[in-house]
Design a protein around this ligand. Structure first.
Ligand code: PMP
Length: 284
């Protein structure tokens, strides 16, 4: 696999960064995951805008190559012959060559890394036909979840707790309300209404979320952006998640309780279809 590191396209085994890099020592880095369908990038503009915001919220420099990111993504897709899959991008604050809590001076350049992951059947994912099962766990992450940092230990622990319970993912709960999934936004459906938590510092502002809510409104569905409880979710007609790598994925069970019929519902299926079609049409 060919990867990108600070201006160079390299075989993955030759791409090396310093042990003092702040993403390694302090999780001082931000990232984006963009999916690829038919060799083209989905929602590239949204991911690039959110990256810019994450960098700015952390007072991290933009990499010199920021304006070339579309070209770099495309070049990696070409070099690795990706038809369906993902591109991972990470920017870290770099390092002045020692361990120090204070940020390095402005002449220290950020580290920019990109790599591809081929995933045949990303769009035609068989899991979308059966749905996933989730457990609920307490949300123990830090308070700035709107910044997409590489601090993913708690989400990782959540996934492990889900696996140990025979489930696929965990929905995190804070002050009695669902925030989001470990790596996705969470939704429930009641009748013609889609309910998902409002934006704020408590959740990541999903790029897929923004698109799906727009398509839902265009399809004459109602959208309520507000907190909801696990109880309300268990009593809902349907539930689903969204993310760049799962698109729209039905949730059929929460903490052992079947949602609706216990099978993927029509609203999630329709939104998945619309999202895939619209995104392919707009792909870069
Ligand atoms: N919430 C969290 C915590 C995430 O990690 C992700 C995916 N990175 C999302 C939501 C979904 O965001 P997006 O639709 O931009 O992939």
């Amino acid at each position: 696999r060919t990867v990108y590191l600070n201006g160079d396209y390299l075989p993955e085994e030759d791409a090396k960064i310093s042990i003092f890099d702040r993403s390694f020592l302090m999780a001082d880095g931000v990232y984006e995951v963009t999916s690829v369908l038919g060799g083209k990038l989905i929602d590239f503009a949204g991911h690039s805008k959110r990256l810019e915001r994450s960098l700015s919220e952390l007072e991290m420099q933009k990499p010199d190559a920021f304006d070339d990111l579309l070209e770099i993504h495309r070049e990696l897709v070409r070099l690795n012959d990706i038809d369906e899959g993902m591109i991972y991008l990470q920017v870290s604050r770099g390092s002045a060559g020692d361990r120090d809590f204070t940020y390095p001076s402005a002449d220290v350049k950020p580290t920019l890394v990109l790599f591809t992951q081929s995933k045949p059947n990303l769009a035609d994912n068989p899991v979308a036909k059966i749905g996933i099962k989730v457990i609920s766990i307490e949300d123990q992450r830090w308070g700035r979840r709107d910044i997409k940092t590489v601090q993913l230990l708690y989400p990782s622990m959540g996934k492990m707790m889900a696996k140990a319970a025979g489930c696929d993912d965990a929905w995190m709960v804070e002050d009695g309300a669902v925030t989001e999934g470990t790596s996705n936004n969470a939704y429930i459906v009641k009748g013609n209404t889609i309910i998902t938590r409002h934006l704020g510092t408590e959740i990541l502002h999903g790029i897929t979320r923004a698109a799906v809510l727009r398509f839902a409104l265009e399809a004459q569905m109602k959208v309520e952006e507000r907190p909801f409880t696990i109880q309300e979710a268990q009593d809902a007609d349907e539930a689903f998640i969204t993310s760049a790598s799962t698109f729209v994925m039905p949730v059929v069970e929460i903490d052992g309780a079947a949602i609706g019929t216990g099978n993927p519902g029509p609203v999630a299926a329709r939104l998945r279809e619309i999202y895939l079609e619209e995104s392919r049409n707009a792909a870069l």
